[in-house]
Ligand binder design. Sequence first.
Ligand SMILES: Nc1ncnc2c1ncn2[C@@H]1O[C@H](COP(=O)(O)OP(=O)(O)OP(=O)(O)O)[C@@H](O)[C@H]1O
Ligand SMILES: [Mg+2]
Length: 360
Amino acid sequence: MKLTDIAKHVDCKKLLEDTLNAITVEAVDKIVASLPVVPEGEYRFNPAAPAAGWQAGKLHWYPVGGLMGNQANIKHAGAAENPIGERVVNAFEALIELEREKELLKDPQAAAPLTPRDAVRRYFDLPPLDEMPDHTEFIRELKPDAYLRALAKRIMVTLRQQAKGKDYTIMVEDDGIGQRADNVHKSLLSLGASAKPDKPYLIGMFGQGGSSAFAACSRSWMITRRAPELPDHAGGGVGWTLIKQFRPPHKRSFSYWAYLAASPEGHVPVLPESAADALDFQRGIKLAHVGYNFATSDQAYRLYNSLNHLLFNPVLPYYVKTKKDGADRMTGNAYRLSALETTGPKQHKEEDIRLTDIPV
Ligand SMILES: Nc1ncnc2c1ncn2[C@@H]1O[C@H](COP(=O)(O)OP(=O)(O)OP(=O)(O)O)[C@@H](O)[C@H]1O
Ligand SMILES: [Mg+2]
């Protein structure tokens, strides 16, 4: 299948809409059923000859990272919020990286920031967040609090559920650098292929953080568009794919994770940029983990607490939405501790009140 051929089979705007609305396993599987997909098991991926057995004009289930035995890389046990934290950190990096690339466009010799904090100070005029409660000067013509809110809007984590008792879906969106469609398999769907070791202004570098979220759910989807500010975005299209966990037929073998690929090299399908324009999706990433493994609904709704604990003093603020009527701005517990000290609990009440309001 050629990279752009998917547009011949489906209405791409509708495919994007259906994907953004797919918050149950059934909804994801319905999308798969509407596409020309080779049934699992018919194509046996062979890393030495991935084109062997490839059926022209069809999408194939392709192992994440080009690795059939990807369980060891993907299945990192731990608390339910950890993979969500990895996605949020990736979003921080995506925002920083976009600014760094813009800086290099203006001045190819510009020295790189030395740390992630150095980067947010340079690119966003932002001090460490735990210092913000004491910060009284305006930042970029906004009061510090208003500035934090404006920045936080660029990263949103949303807990979605079709109806009570149904699966939870975790959606993460950012309007950072995004990835070109033809690079998704080498970045977002790679394992251990991080491009970061030479970028001290980004946070981690093991190269498989985000993928741990695949293991925490049964289906995922991902849509990405490279930032139009960068010259390499031109003709980059919109990368789109679904990811599924395939369980072993018997207990002796392992699960593996595969995504819908459009070429034997592992490229994801490309949708035309006009489809994303129609939905006002300009750049960055929208992804979701469907059927997320929260042990209890309490654990799902308490993401405000657990993420503020996990990302104790994050480099950037973000939003978490666990209820229909409003999102919580997230600045980490370090900020909350200094806010309580300097302004007293009263002023902080407005934000905390939602916590105790959480329906369980
Ligand atoms: N939100 C995002 N926007 C743009 N690119 C992303 C985003 N998230 C991930 N990527 C790309 O996918 C790659 C793999 O991400 P992943 O989290 O698996 O590993 P990593 O961030 O490189 O390393 P680690 O998370 O272990 O520190 C990243 O290096 C980056 O190129
Ligand atoms: Mg990461």
